[in-house]
Structure formats: structure tokens, C-alpha cells
Design a binder for this molecule. Sequence first.
Ligand SMILES: *[C@@H]1O[C@H](CO)[C@@H](O)[C@H](O)[C@H]1NC(C)=O
Ligand SMILES: *[C@@H]1O[C@H](CO)[C@@H](O)[C@H](O)[C@H]1NC(C)=O
Ligand SMILES: *[C@@H]1O[C@H](CO)[C@@H](O)[C@H](O)[C@H]1NC(C)=O
Ligand SMILES: *[C@@H]1O[C@H](CO)[C@@H](O)[C@H](O)[C@H]1NC(C)=O
Ligand SMILES: [Cu+2]
Length: 648
Amino acid sequence: MPPRRRLAPLALLALALPALADALDAPGQPARQNAPLGQYDIVGNTLVSAQQLFLGTEQNLFVIDKVENNAAQLDGHPAWASRYALASNKGTAMDAITNTFCAGGGVLANGSWLVVGGNQAVTTGGDPASSQNGGAAPYHDPDGGKSLRLLTPCDDDSCQWELVGQMSTRRWYASVETLDDGRVIIMGGDANGGFVNDAGQTNPTYEFFPAAAGDQPVTSPLLQRTLPANLFPLMWVLPSARLFVQANFGTAILDYKAQQEFQLPDMPHAVRTYPASGGTAMLPLTPANNWTATILFCSGMNVSPSDWDPNAAWPTKATSKSCVRITPDVSQNYEEDDDVPSPRSMGNMILLPTGKILYLNGAQTGVAGYGTGSNTVGDSYADNPAFQPWLYDPDAPSGKRWSMDGLSPSTIARMYHSSATLLPDGSVAVAGSSPHPDVVLTGTKFPTEYRIEIIYPSYYNTRRPEPQGIPASIGYGGAFFNLTLSAADLGNDVTNLNRTSVVLVRTGYSTHALNMQQRMLVLENTYTGAADASGTLHVAPVPPNPALFPPGPALLFVVVDGTPSVARLVNVGSGAIGTQPTRPPVPLPGSRVLAAAGSSSSSAPAAGATGDGTKVHAASAAPRAWGLSGLWAAVLAPLAFAGVLLPL
Ligand SMILES: *[C@@H]1O[C@H](CO)[C@@H](O)[C@H](O)[C@H]1NC(C)=O
Ligand SMILES: *[C@@H]1O[C@H](CO)[C@@H](O)[C@H](O)[C@H]1NC(C)=O
Ligand SMILES: *[C@@H]1O[C@H](CO)[C@@H](O)[C@H](O)[C@H]1NC(C)=O
Ligand SMILES: *[C@@H]1O[C@H](CO)[C@@H](O)[C@H](O)[C@H]1NC(C)=O
Ligand SMILES: [Cu+2]
């Protein structure tokens, strides 16, 4: 059958979709030319120490610190938040209103960001202030323990943090994950802080934002049985719309809709949660793996629950090199993965648009946290900075997943309270570090850091593809959209269409070696190549299951043969909090390359005249084998999952 006939009805369907008219300008080249590849470059100052950090727009990072003696002032007291403009490398102080000390954060389906919890009002040295409502000099910081702070990011001073109510209970070190309906779940924490959690102040519950009238916090058996190393529980929404939750050595699947938890086997080798603080990431969800979620855990420290003594010789204790993976919708068992080449705690795993993971920050010995005892290194519970970044390739064969990939070490120690995020140009920003109760700038091994640096992966200086037609909004299922690439975008080699992918990355909220909500999904695509070596990608929306990639903003990259475009920030889903509309998947047209009229193409398996002066030969006779069956696997995952769990 000639491709033309097969395409006609699909094209009509596509034209009926209004969202397609709404294309963004094509991304251009990065602002920075000739960057030092594989190296860190110090680019600016975040004004407040970047304990917490997120990319809020294509142009601006938003930085949040604890209340401390930063030189930057606001309303007559030190500031503890800022906006950092990537183009000008300039910070502007912002008001985060209440004490954001070790808060969590996340993004909602409507594009607003929420920062939750924190700690009591403090005075110098992190000691409790005499007034909890902001009345006490020098910091004038109200208690943030129950705070819900909201910001709808923008590129100037017109957007500011506001309080949008309070949580049910105090949460210091709570985690946040965006749900398939675009609300967030807020989980865990404790009332008043400390090195680790304890029975007297633990908050082993979860709640939601926005909350429905009458919502009460729900108790999590996992958090009840994982004291004391269960602060900042690790959690991800799975394609089955359940949450995978991991804390201390415990693991569970949380069906938040049914308020039910299922226990899974314990985490092997090491504690990955704070303060052991391993590096964690959900691997890319791709057509090739049927958008099946696999979660990677590396490093941390093997500490039994009774051994979290704040006076132990933490900075001398060895961290772990172990890595394990789990694919919870398929198997309940952790599998061994390649050891990281060097040990680490407090490392961030950053998903790059190529699907590889950059692993950086942290220390080779010791754990997160600080104290004032003689067991510390100038307050720090860690020592020996892990300056060398590593690259992890999820698709490489076992034994070959880690490489140095030309990456040079940093010169700045990124110890406790540092952060990192992917940027739209495919580089990675690294900031923060302050293992102290209050700002210490001199006379200490690991001072409070304000310097922000950027590391440039090996693709950075290569000419970037400039895809045209990126939609402002991408839904779940329904008709495909087209992206066009010039011959230059394809390196004048039409076969690069076979090595092109369209990826969504949610960069998430970075703090405490976590990047909450971080995930990456590769969209299914086919292509039509033209005789002049340009091409059109036919791209399916996210499969019709919002749990694969919860609604909200995301970076969209087009990656040609390992070189990502500069990303555009797109909206995934309806743009509103609530049940997301889904449509049945529409099959993509087969991939093909149009040959110039009269050229002889002997390898064409199926050829036909199109009537417009070109000859068509199919690059592959049909959409790739995983096409529709892959889609359905992703949609049907909840059923398969129930099958796995029922025997429990
Ligand atoms: C996408 O490209 C195909 C093939 O070139 C064309 O038939 C279809 O009309 C295009 N669809 C849209 C929505 O532009
Ligand atoms: C997003 O939703 C939250 C919760 O309902 C609301 O407070 C906020 O104003 C909304 N943001 C936008 C941009 O509509
Ligand atoms: C994905 O689905 C296809 C078709 O059902 C199957 O052949 C393949 O093994 C699946 N792959 C994975 C990684 O589950
Ligand atoms: C893409 O790969 C397929 C399968 O290997 C091959 O048949 C086709 O010619 C390739 N297409 C291009 C444009 O290189
Ligand atoms: Cu902290």
C-alpha cells in the first residue's frame, strides 16, 4: 500500500486539533559559545546559599536558603531567597516569607511551584528566636514549619512568593511529588529538626496540596517502621499511578488513592535516604522500554538504625559505591547494578537530554548534616569532597555503565546543602554548600558557598538542531504533531533521522542530594526524510496515561545523534489541576525517505510514485515494532501491576 493513502485520514485528524496551531519559536543556539567542555566554570553568585534550587522558566533559576546571615538584604534583614537570571548571571533577592530551613518543593499542573514546611524562627547561629511570628531581630523570620509557599515563576520582579495556607502538621524535611492529577503529595518530615528523626517528633504521614475540604493527614506504615533515617523519603509516581517510596532500609508501594501500602523487600547494601544521602533517579521512560519505570540508587552509607549517633566520627566513615535498580511495576526485587567508580554521599543525579545521568556533588567520606562537636570538620559531618563527576549510561551493558566521559573535577567542594539542575541549553548548574548552622565565610574548610558554576557536557559546543513546530502544550494520547529539521540540523545526513529523539525532561526541585519530580520521557516518533536531507518528525504526544509523566511544565529537547537542541519549556497536560484528559493513541505514519525524482535507489523495499515529482521508498515498512503494543503496555500497566501485588 502506498504510504500516501495510509497517511490521508491521519492528516485530517491532526488538522482537526486546535492545539497544533500553538507552536513556539524554534530554539536557537546556546548563548555561550566555545564553552570549556567537560569542565566547570564559575559564572556568578546566587546571593543566598543554594540549599534549594529549581529552574522556574527558561531564563531563571529560583534559589532558596535557610534563614541565615547572608550579606544580601531585603526589608532590613538578611535575604533567604533569590532569583538568578541565567542570561545576565545576576541574582535578585526575593522574600520567601517564613523560614525555609530544609523545606521541600514541587511543581503543580498549572505551572506554579510550591515550597513546603521548614523550621521554627531562628536567631543567629540557628538558635530559636524569641518571637515565632517574625518580630525578632536580627532575622525577622516567621516560623515556617507548616508553611505552604507558592510562586508562579516569571522572568522579572513581578512574581513573588506568597503564603497559600498551612499544612495540617509541622514538616521539616518533607518530600514532594507531583501526582497524575497535577496535585502534589507531601510526605514525611518531623516537627523540629535534628540530625535524624525520632519517635518524639516524627510526622509519619502524607497530605496533599491543594487539599480537599476535610482532608486529614494519612499515616504511612513505611514511615512508622523506618525511624530514624526516614527524613526526605524518596518517592516517585509509577506508571501504575502508585507511588514507589523508599526510606532507611524500607521500601513500599503506596496506592495513595486507596490509602493502602504494600511492603517490598528492603534496600540492599546501604541507606540511600538522608543523612546517608545516596544518589537516586528514575531512568528515562522510553518507547524501547515500553515506558516502564526503573529507579536507580547509588552510594550512601551502610548504617544500622541504632548507629545514628550525632557524636560519632562521621567525617571519617566510608561511603558506599554500591548501586541497585528496581523496576517496581514488573518485579519487586532490587537488582545489582555497576558500582560507582568512587564512593560518595550527597551526590545529585541529573538526567541529561541524551538519557545519560550526570552524577556529581557531595563527599567521599561522611554524611549529610552538621554539628558543633569535635567530631566534625568545621561543623561538617562529611569530608573529602567528591570533586569528580561521573556519567551513567542506562543502556550500556552491565559492567560498562559508568564512565568519566572527559569530565574534569570541580574546584569547589559541594558538601551538605548543595544543589544542581539541568538547564535548557543542556548544561548543568551547580550551587550551594553550607554545612553550618549560620553563614561561615572564612577560617573553615567548607565555607558557605554563593558561587554558582556550570558544567558543560561533551555535546555542548556542537551545533544544535533548531526544530520548528514545538507545540506550547502536549497532551496524553491523540494525534501526532510534526517537527521539522533542516539539513543542517541533521548534519546533512538524512540517516540521522534514525538517531533522533524527542524528549521531555522535568528538572524538578533540587535539595539535599534529591531532585524531586525529576523524570524524563522519550516520545514515540517516526519521520519523513526529504531528498535535500531535511526531515519531518511525526511525534506522538505522551501515551494516554498521566502517571507516566504527571502534568505540568517540562523541557522539550530534540536530540539528533547525541546532540540536544536548546530546550523549550512546554506544558504537559491540560494546564489545570485535576483529572487529565486522555485520548486513544493514534498510530504514527511509517518512517520513509523521499528520494529525488530520477535518482536510482536500489535498496528501497517498497517504492511508489507520490505524484509530486518525488519517489518514495519506505525506510521501514511500518512504524517500529514497539509502536502500538508499546503504547498499550504503558496504558495497561496498572492492571499488570495489580497482578504483581495481589499475592502479597
Ligand atoms: C505532518 O506531516 C505529514 C507528512 O509530511 C503530513 O501528511 C501531515 O499533514 C502533517 N501533520 C500536521 C499536523 O502538520
Ligand atoms: C495553581 O493552583 C494553586 C492551587 O489551587 C493556586 O493557588 C495557584 O494560584 C494556581 N496557579 C495558577 C498560575 O493558576
Ligand atoms: C515491550 O512490549 C513489547 C510488545 O509487547 C515486548 O515485545 C517487549 O518485550 C516489551 N519490552 C519491555 C522492555 O518490556
Ligand atoms: C533507518 O534504519 C532502518 C532500519 O535499520 C533502515 O531500513 C533505514 O534505511 C534507515 N533510514 C535512514 C533514513 O537512515
Ligand atoms: Cu538540611
